[in-house]
Design a protein around this ligand. Structure first.
Ligand code: BT5
Length: 261
């Protein structure tokens, strides 16, 4: 007898999720989605992998997706005038994941720009990239990874900040199929409501609002108090009387621990 493909019941929602490509194992769903986009795949195309062997975070950091335990998905977004600015879409992805978690009774915050945290532990990460055809930016590839079952949580020595999964936080068993559907619907709803609407929610859910953080990238570091976001999704950091918009999305944010000083 033929084995039924997992996730076969997945339905398109709010203009996203069709066609739906399921893979038992992939290098990275973002890479596969980008090549589909270059071959002309339409807005809303969804690529899902049960396992990733070279899942990526920002700056080529590794994203770990063991088989059968997590969600690893990428959605192709073709939006008029989307340009090459990916920051707002990282926010869109994080807002949609936190919407879906809220439906399961799990309260999450978003560590700018792209981490979804529950109780200071990372449960999900978002990677928004541009797909190019020659010189032309022709799609946004919105990649989302979510730890759903305990087996998805990487060993502590392989990650920088502690991780968690949806089942631990919800306190009951969670269906990956159901969660995928909720995330796709939330993405579509937020996208259709418009950027200013999801930016506002992104700001409301920001981690460390009013707290002092340090932001580090290869080229330097910054320190200040998190005040919110501007209309482009840049982090507003207060340094004394000055508010600086931070746009370098490769920056890593850390809470300044006064006890360490
Ligand atoms: C991210 O990057 O958090 C973005 C992750 C995006 C993953 C999705 S899965 C579908 C799509 N296809 C891909 O190839 N990628 C996207 P960043 O902020 O740079 O964080 C990366 C860091 O998170 C790593 O250096 C680890 O410390 C940590 N990490 C890796 N895997 C993790 C996991 N499963 N759970 C929690 N933390 C993890």
């Amino acid at each position: 007898m033929m084995k039924e493909t997992p996730f076969a019941a997945q339905r398109p929602c709010e203009g996203l999720g069709e066609p739906f490509y399921y893979f038992a194992s992939l290098g990275s769903t973002n890479d596969t989605a980008a090549s589909l986009a270059q071959d002309g795949a339409c807005h809303g195309t969804l690529v899902f992998a049960d396992e990733q062997t070279s899942g990526r975070g920002r700056e080529k950091r590794r994203w770990i997706t063991p088989p059968g335990t997590a969600l690893a998905l990428s959605v192709i977004l073709r939006l008029p005038g989307h340009g090459v600015e990916t920051l707002p879409y990282a926010g869109l992805g994080a807002v949609a994941v936190s919407d879906a978690l809220a439906e399961l009774g799990v309260g999450a915050v978003i560590k700018w720009p792209n981490d979804v945290l529950v109780g200071n532990r990372k449960l999900s990460g978002v990677l928004a990239e541009v797909s190019w055809t020659g010189e032309q930016a022709d799609a946004i590839i919105l990649g989302i990874g979510v730890n759903v079952l305990p087996g998805a949580v990487p060993p502590p020595e392989s990650i920088r900040i502690p991780a968690t999964c949806v089942e631990w936080e919800a306190g009951h068993s969670v269906s990956r199929e159901d969660l995928l559907q909720r995330i796709v619907c939330a993405l579509g709803r937020r996208l259709n409501a418009g950027a200013s609407s999801w930016m506002q929610i992104w700001e409301q859910r920001l981690a460390f609002l009013g707290q002092e953080v340090s932001l580090k990238s290869g080229s330097g570091s910054l320190r200040g108090v998190v005040r919110g976001l501007d209309e482009r999704g840049r982090l507003l950091l207060a340094q004394g009387d000055r508010i600086t918009p931070v746009h370098v999305s490769e920056m890593r944010m850390e809470l300044v621990d006064r006890a360490e000083e």
